[in-house]
Design a protein around this ligand. Structure first.
Ligand code: FER
Length: 274
């Protein structure tokens, strides 16, 4: 595991290092195999409702294999469809598979606002809606992950489970991933929002984080007003010698940045780390 500290400093994992996604990475290509997107409904004991998630299964998906899983989380203005509508993750993944650059994995896009009315309507900054993003930790761990592990052929140990997200979802991914090192080994925060716990609370035991994590990724656009949340996390990790990738790229708080992050982060997942 390596630490990247400079702009665009990113480390090679046995392949030629790319500094950012190449042109066309998010454009639909003809004549390649494609993955599939399902909408699933699961019973949430946490919320007391039936909740929805989208599930991307990779090209040539087989029930006879077992796949690692990436849980991919949305922002404060979104829901389980936000990545699909704004980030075309299925196109990015299909292209990565066509180029042999991605480990086969299932990607689950949940609704991270764990409350009865979980739509992104009305005052999305209302206190109870922001609190619902924290409540989602229990929904994810107690309801959704067990559901996915029953419904799909997945590898269910921590080494095969990743969590990442954008903005509020980036804060969730850092909070839940680093707060549950027995559940996740791969953690990515894209433009993490103010819901990110302060670094001492986030990583109270740097030695344990260092031992358990396969990959800790923190990225943000250099024009993003929320940059300080990524920066303060990075500085703490650096001070406490927790290996991580800190990837600052040109851009603001938008899908241009998050699509690039998804491309760069996903291709590191579930591969040997040096
Ligand atoms: C805030 C600013 C931004 C905040 C949340 C956000 C809860 C989230 C932004 C996003 O998810 O895009 O003060 O407080």
């Amino acid at each position: 595991m390596l630490v990247g500290t400079t702009i665009f400093h990113i480390c090679a994992y046995g392949q030629v290092a790319e500094k950012r996604a190449p042109r066309g990475f998010d454009k639909v290509r003809a004549n390649i195999f494609r993955g599939n997107i399902d909408t699933v409904s699961y019973t949430s004991e946490t919320v007391g409702t039936t909740r929805k998630a989208l599930v991307y299964t990779p090209p040539l998906f087989s029930e006879n294999k077992n796949y690692p899983v990436l849980y991919l989380l949305h922002g404060i203005g979104g829901d389980e469809t936000e990545w699909l509508r704004g980030g075309s993750p299925q196109v990015i993944f299909d292209n990565l598979y066509a180029d042999g650059k991605l480990a086969p994995m299932i990607v689950v896009m949940p609704n991270g606002r764990a409350m009865e009315d979980d739509r992104a309507t009305g005052d999305i900054m209302a206190r109870e809606k922001v609190v619902a993003f924290a409540t989602f930790e229990r929904d994810l761990l107690d309801d959704l992950i067990p559901f996915i592990e029953k419904q799909y052929p997945v590898k269910s140990s921590r080494e095969y489970r990743a969590i990442a997200g954008l903005s509020m979802g980036g804060g969730q991914a850092l909070n839940f991933g680093l707060g549950n090192l027995d559940e996740f080994a791969w953690v990515g925060g894209f433009s993490a929002a103010p819901n990110t716990k302060d670094p001492h609370t986030l990583v109270p035991d740097p030695g344990l984080a260092k031992e358990k994590l396969k990959l800790l990724w923190i990225s943000c656009g250099d024009q993003d007003e929320l940059l300080r949340f990524s920066q303060q996390t990075h500085e703490y990790l650096l001070d406490h010698e927790v290996p991580h990738i800190y990837y600052i790229e040109p851009g603001g708080h938008n899908f241009k940045v998050w699509k690039n992050d998804l491309y760069m982060f996903s291709r590191l997942l579930f591969k040997p780390v040096d």
